[in-house]
Write a protein that binds this ligand. Structure first.
Ligand code: NAP
Length: 308
């Protein structure tokens, strides 16, 4: 039995060393040096090449190296009936909440305005120091619930939207297609923390922006394919939105000629909102490896029908 890491665009040295340190019993291999394909029972993947898992007929688990699994499901030749798991971890969650709180607070406190005033040596107290905000979190899963609670604890008005209704102190919960418009009508900062699925692709589009308060602010930390990028540019041009804070893009790295680079109302980071902490992830992966051996239920298993 062996664990194969298939992540051709990543330096996986720390992952290999980490798994070997955590369990000397695990035979760790790195694709494409897979050895005998029949030995491979667990694949640890990040953007694995299409069809690369088909040769492993004893595969029993596909484990994503991160929280998202859209990169796994996009493989049209993904072996059927093999469970897929993802990473859920305390530091991943905390780091994401901290990033979102930073993005909310810089907007709320008009940080960009004061940054530009500083560059122009302007002492300007002529605007209200804070923009009043009412925050809507799209996706109240592991990450959405954590940040919703923290933003509510900071004193903000917070609501959330998900497939099923949630009971969260201080957070109004909206659920299902029929409550989406009502949810949107209450918010002027929208945070996207949805998983990327066939239902949520292109979710952030002009029709949706029209349903929010005029001049709302968008924070997308989920996946680039949630956002119709030209619709964001149009919504900014029409002042339907006042700005956006983006960590993820349809094409990454963002091409140098992309209009977002120079847009004054778009703040950007290069998909670093919350990077998987290897030290947190490895115990989960080793635990699931052992559960495969013992035939026990897996941790953080994805529901393949829901795609998340
Ligand atoms: P999760 O626990 O699976 O939560 C997903 C949430 O979205 C759930 O509340 C779910 O509703 C809701 N949802 C799914 N489809 C929906 C739909 N069609 N309509 C309404 N609600 C829907 O996921 P998570 O761990 O919070 O992670 C969310 C995403 O963040 C990941 O998939 C990943 O893409 C992204 N991410 C980005 C970074 C980064 O660095 N930028 C880092 C980590 C994760 P129910 O609760 O009712 O099922």
């Amino acid at each position: 039995m062996a664990l194969l890491i298939v992540a051709p665009k990543k330096d996986v040295t720390e992952w290999v060393e980490g798994v070997r340190e955590a369990s000397r019993d695990i035979d760790v291999r790195v694709w494409p040096a897979s050895g005998d394909p029949d030995d491979i029972e667990v694949a640890l993947v990040w953007n694995h090449p299409e069809g690369s898992l088909t040769q492993f007929r004893n595969l029993q688990l596909i484990s994503s190296m991160g929280a998202g699994i859209d990169h796994v499901l996009k493989d049209q030749q993904l072996p059927k009936n093999v469970p897929v798991t993802r990473v859920v971890g305390e530091s991943l969650t905390t780091n994401m909440s901290n990033y979102i709180m930073m993005a909310v607070l810089q907007y709320h406190k008009r940080f960009l305005k004061y940054l530009s005033d500083k560059e122009n040596k302007q002492w300007n107290q002529n605007h209200a120091p804070e923009i009043p905000v009412s925050i809507g979190i799209l996706g109240l899963g592991v990450l959405g619930q954590d940040v919703a609670k923290k933003l509510s604890d900071l004193g903000f008005n917070v609501c959330g939207y998900s497939n099923s209704r949630k009971e969260l102190p201080g957070v109004r919960s909206y659920a299902g297609d029929e409550e989406l418009d009502e949810f949107l009508s209450h918010v002027n900062i929208l945070v996207c923390l949805l998983p990327l699925t066939s239902k949520t692709e292109n979710f952030l589009n002009l029709d949706l922006f029209k349903k929010m308060k005029k001049g709302s602010y968008l924070i997308n930390v989920a996946r680039g394919n949630h956002l119709v990028e030209e619709d964001l540019l149009e919504a900014l041009r029409l002042k339907m939105l006042s700005g956006a804070f983006l960590d993820v893009f349809r094409k990454e790295p963002l091409p140098r000629n992309h209009p977002f680079w120079e847009h004054p109302d778009i703040m950007m980071t290069p998909h670093i909102a919350s990077i998987t902490n290897i030290e947190d992830a490895i115990p989960l992966i080793v635990e699931n490896y052992n559960r495969v051996i013992k035939g026990k239920p897996l941790l953080n298993e994805v529901d393949m029908k829901r795609e998340y």
